[in-house]
Structure formats: C-alpha cells, structure tokens
Design a protein around this ligand. Structure first.
Ligand code: CA2
Length: 147
C-alpha cells in the first residue's frame, strides 16, 4: 500500500478558530478526517502532520523522499502556509528528494495580498491548487491516487 503525505505549515493548527471568511470553520482535525476518508476510498495509507517549524517540515519531506525512493509514496500534498512565500529550504527539500508534490492552499492566494502571489514551491510542484477550501485536500488525494 502506498502512502500519501499531507504536511501543513505554520499556524494551520489554528484552523477553524478565526478568519472563517477566508479559511472556513473546519479545524485541522476535521481536515485530517477528510484526508483519512479520501485515502480509505483509494486504498492509500496517510501520514498527516502539522508544524510551525520550517526544519520539521524539511525533515518530513526527507521522510517522504525515502518512501519515494522505495516506490512507496503516492504523493506529497503540502500546504506550507506562510513558508510558501519565503522558504528556499522547503523548495530545496522538494527538489532534493524528487517527491511528486501538490502545492495546496485553502484560500485563493491570487485574490489576496500581492506577497501571497509568489510561491517558492510552485516551480518544483507537479500540481498547484488553491481556493477550494478544505475540500481541496480531498480533491488533491483523489488526483494523487491516479498518479
Ligand atoms: O490559503 C492557505 O491555505 C494558505 O497557505 C494559508 C496560510 C497563508 O499564509 C497562505 O498565504 C495561504 C496561513 C495559514 C494560517 O491559517 C490560519 C487559519 C485560521 C486562523 C489562523 C491561521
């Protein structure tokens, strides 16, 4: 059974607690349930994590990379949150491991402040999705299951 990695970056542990007009009212625990259900539909295992620390996210990308090298990774779905717009370290981790990446954002970052329009990760992503709310996680797993 292949594994889908779903990684969430800084402040996403606060999901559902404020800014519902931008991010909706689902919590990250709700998102994990959505992902578990999507993976179960496709016969995939799930590794679901959140961290506020860039290095921890790098370590998990390396972990996904080791599975990828063994042919056991279905894909990596990464909502790097604010690190999307700042982090060369996450870009290097994705490029260095060669993991098939979906860059995901809950909100439509292109309809927001201009500093959210640039992503360091998009250049290394196989797919980029934004603006579907938390349903995007489930849609991304549906897509990765076809890879
Ligand atoms: O739309 C997304 O998923 C983002 O990746 C979310 C990030 C933001 O910096 C990106 O530009 C777009 C912010 C995550 C913080 O999420 C919170 C949600 C609710 C309450 C507080 C923070």
């Amino acid at each position: 059974m292949k594994t889908v990695y779903v990684l969430n970056g800084p402040n996403l542990n606060l999901l559902g607690s404020r800014e519902p007009t931008i991010y909706g009212s689902a919590t990250l625990a709700d998102v994990q349930v959505l992902c578990e259900q999507a993976c179960a539909r496709h016969g995939l295992a799930l590794a679901f994590h959140q961290s506020n620390h860039e290095g921890q996210l790098v370590d998990w990308i390396h972990e996904a990379g080791r599975l990828h090298a063994q042919g056991q990774l279905a894909g990596l779905i990464l909502n790097a949150a604010a690190y999307t717009h700042t982090s060369v370290a996450l870009l290097d981790a994705v490029k260095g491991t060669g993991v098939p990446l979906v860059e995901l954002h809950i909100s439509n970052v292109h309809a927001r402040e201009s500093f959210r329009h640039h992503s360091y990760l998009s250049a290394a992503a196989r797919a980029v999705m934004c603006g579907f709310g938390v349903a995007g996680y489930s849609l991304a797993i549906d897509a990765v299951a076809q890879w």
